[in-house]
Design a protein around this ligand. Sequence first.
Ligand code: CO8
Length: 260
Amino acid sequence: MQYENLILDVSERIATVTINRPKMLNALNSATMRELDAVLSEIAGRQDAGVVLLTGTGEKAFVAGADISEMRGFTPLQVLEFSRFGHGVLEKIERLPQPVIGVINGFALGGGCELAMACDILVASDNAKFAQPEVNLGIIPGWGGTQRLPRLVGRNIAKELVLTGEMISAQRAFEIGLVNRVVPQAGLTDAAREIARKILEKGPVALRIAKSVMNRGIDLDLDAACALEAKAFAVMFATEDAAEGMTAFLEKRKAAFQGR
Ligand code: CO8
């Protein structure tokens, strides 16, 4: 499929999705959100993509939020629809079979920060900035920011960020556990691809199940979450990858996983 507001590149089993509206700092309008939804469906079915990188064009912004110029004219019902659609897109990232690395190359604000938080791992450039600045506009986060941020960084730090709209540095985002690592802008793509390559060496079925169990389990009580893990663990033993991985260890060789 052809995309107008994003670029999809697949090479070395890494699918890179680049949100491409640099004049608006990659702000997300409804057309871009529909394309994001479509590209995720495309990637989910691609056997040649084992890991996904999600980033924005340029060195200034990952995504500066929802497109305010479009959003301002929405009726409450249109906003409700846009909010629910966005929730669905972010959930699609969380349910994607492949791990998704957010490559945060600049501003990740509002909907941009929310999009980042749906990714599995976040690598940020040292010039990246994060905020949930919606209160500056007289609104609140609408793509999961009030919910994912407290789960990621704790309730009170999340409240401080949402209630003040304060913009924080990449280093501060690292300190509060919002991002996994911070690297110089020039080395951002290499750092993300290095993590991707490491992941690509592992059993694809195990990656898919581990991601799913962690994303599903986090909102369950520990007992239910561990029961989910136990069932998934048992299912792993029906896979060829598990047999190959354990046999390869015992035969002191590198496993050749087939993703089955
Ligand atoms: N929407 C639309 N246009 C934007 C956005 C945006 N979110 N961010 C930047 N732009 C545009 C600017 O208007 C400007 O356009 P132009 O060149 O035509 O004047 C261009 O991008 C460049 O931006 P600036 O000139 O402002 O660049 P600066 O370097 O001076 O500032 C900032 C950069 C600090 C990032 C600044 O642009 C800014 O504060 N942007 C808005 C950030 C923001 O408030 N984001 C949150 C939006 S609300 C949201 O995301 C809610 C998500 C949930 C939606 C739920 C469903 C409805």
